[in-house]
Design a binder for this molecule. Structure first.
Ligand code: NAD
Length: 540
């Protein structure tokens, strides 16, 4: 076995710790600054003058950056820069490329850590802990493990057989052309990983960040340049979705799409690529991780306190804005009778406010659109005959986009909030008759089009196995006696199927396989000198 990297240790930010003091100082610095964020095209800063403000979700009157949006001309220039940079990037070789991304990991683990964490706390309203596990630890792991996996392909993905007189080999080529990376707001790690994972293998990229994470994502772009990323390898273009689609998806050199975001946007992009296909030079690789309706199923015989903690953390950490957040639960009547009250009591203790106040467990949701969408679900549940809002339900968008952690209990397992992705701090619980465990597994499997993450809470091995089999295709990441969030690179490679994506498993080796297009090489040493074959010889 070859040695491999280890997961980045998580800093605790306890009162009095040096990391807490450093993070607070950096937060103060960023609060008193308002940088101009340019596009980065071919390694150069491009200021377009078309500036959009970047605000803090928990204090939306405060602008933390002005972002120069790319228009179609800049996006086209970014595509060309990526295409032009590819030969030299390939020539650098795997070790040269890995050295740069491992340097990125080193910088992020060291001097850049607080800058990136503070930017993520302010830009995406994360607590210190949520920023640390995302923007620092997960991204350090992505960079280190991606390099490790890529090296393994180079060493191991070679033909098994070379007969006498022949040398067979496989060249691990990248895709020919550029990869379009379209990234979501909710994880800084995913944002930087989507352009950089293909780049490890020799691809070059156009990176379109989310309008709600320009500030933190730009800090990561600066970090990669500081680590020695050559011009043109990753081009950072804050821009509108329609502009990026129009320009990139019809470019004949589009080689791949690396997307994370909502299901509807991904489906639209896939359709656009299919339409553009006759004009493209190759069949683009399409990798997309999309929405979820992540579940917790409890068996009547389960660890009830563990279930309570999993529901609280799984549903409400980062305001429920993780693609893996628990948002529907199936709990037996007897268990709900014992934990329903205590769970609501604990939820009422959840502290919510400014991300800079370290005593807060939750902060605000990302923007007005999200606030309106989530509160719409809550208001409809409050008005519905089949729902009870048993805790939370309040909201206030005067200073920041704050929504209380909310639990709905419904008598309809197909009610909208049991089925649709809400992407906010809302958990819906369906309470089932204790003897109907098998039936509820079927309901869970069939209720929603998504299949991203899910958990089973049960004590007996046989019950766990029953759920494991019944829910085989209901989740790409399956948890036993744990919350359905918190996948770790190289431990639980991440991704779901059905409407949740192409399940190409970020944080594991399989994702990297999508970014290579191998060349099989047969090198003949004993060159045939006679065109005849033995079967052509006449019978004796
Ligand atoms: P989103 O779909 O609104 O945006 C994602 C990206 O697509 C953004 O950069 C956005 O600007 C861009 N976009 C939007 N319309 C576009 C268009 N017409 N053409 C091109 N680009 C376009 O998603 P979001 O709000 O940023 O993120 C939340 C969503 O992401 C949720 O659905 C969540 O489940 C999902 N998500 C999934 C995973 C996963 O691994 N499965 C991880 C994180 C987030």
């Amino acid at each position: 076995m070859s040695s491999h990297p280890v997961n980045e240790p998580i800093l605790g930010y306890a009162p009095g710790s040096s990391e807490r003091a450093a993070l607070q100082a950096e937060l103060d610095r960023q609060m008193s600054d308002c940088p101009d964020i340019p596009c980065i095209i071919n390694g150069k800063k491009v200021y377009t003058g078309n500036i959009v403000p970047q605000v803090i979700p928990h204090k939306h009157g405060h602008i933390i950056a002005g972002v120069h949006q790319a228009g179609k001309a800049e996006i086209a220039a970014a595509c060309q820069a990526a295409i032009d940079a590819q030969d030299a990037w390939i020539d650098l070789g795997l070790e040269g490329r890995c050295a740069i991304f491992e340097r990125c990991a080193e910088l992020l683990a060291g001097d850049w850590r607080m800058k990136v964490n503070a930017a993520t706390m302010l830009n995406q309203s994360k607590t210190a802990f949520q920023a640390e596990i995302d923007a620092a630890c997960e991204l350090i792991d992505f960079w280190n493990f991606n390099c490790h996996y890529a090296r393994e392909f180079h060493d191991q993905y070679q033909p098994l057989v070379s007969p006498p007189g022949v040398n067979n080999s496989t060249e691990i080529r990248p895709l020919e052309g550029f990869v379009l990376a379209i990234t979501p707001f909710n994880f800084s790690s995913i944002a930087a990983n989507l352009p950089s994972a293909p780049a490890v293998l020799g691809n070059t990229a156009v990176w379109k960040p989310s309008r709600n994470s320009y500030h933190s994502n730009y800090v990561l772009m600066e970090l990669m340049m500081e680590a020695g990323l050559p011009p043109g390898v990753i081009n950072f273009v804050p821009s509108s979705g329609p502009d990026i689609s129009d320009v990139c998806l019809s470019n004949p050199d589009l080689a791949g799409l690396h997307f994370t975001g909502s299901t509807a946007v991904f489906q639209g992009l896939w359709q656009r690529i299919a339409e553009a296909l006759p004009n493209l030079r190759s069949y683009p690789r399409i990798v997309g991780e999309t929405g979820g309706k992540d579940f917790v199923v409890a068996h009547p015989d389960c660890d009830e306190q563990g279930l309570l903690v999993a529901l609280l953390r799984g549903s409400f950490e980062y305001q429920g804005q993780k693609c893996s957040a628990a948002s529907r639960a199936y709990v037996p009547k007897s268990v709900w009778g014992r934990i329903g009250g205590p769970l609501c009591d604990e939820v009422q203790k959840i502290t919510m406010g400014d991300a800079r106040d370290f005593t807060n467990f939750m902060t605000a949701v990302i923007d007005q659109r999200a606030f309106d969408k989530i509160t719409g679900y809550i208001e409809r549940a409050q008005a519905s005959d089949c729902c009870d809002v048993v805790v939370g339900g309040g909201s206030d968008d005067s200073v920041g986009w704050f929504i209380e952690p909310t639990i709905i209990v419904t008598s309809d397992p197909n009610y909208e909030s049991m089925v649709e992705e809400i992407f906010g701090p809302v958990l819906t619980v369906f309470v089932y008759e204790d003897e109907d465990f098998h039936g509820v597994l079927k309901v869970c499997d069939e209720a929603s089009p998504y299949a991203l993450t899910g958990s089973i809470f049960a004590t007996q091995e046989a019950d766990i196995q029953t759920a494991f089999n019944a829910l085989r295709f209901t989740a790409g990441n399956f948890y036993i006696n744990d919350k359905p969030t918190g996948a770790v690179v190289a431990q639980q490679p991440f991704g779901g199927a059905r409407a949740s994506g192409t399940n190409d498993k970020a944080g594991g080796p399989l994702n990297l396989l999508r970014w290579m297009s191998p060349r099989s090489v047969k090198h003949t040493l004993d060159i045939p000198q006679d065109w005849g074959y033995s079967f052509l010889e006449p019978d004796e």
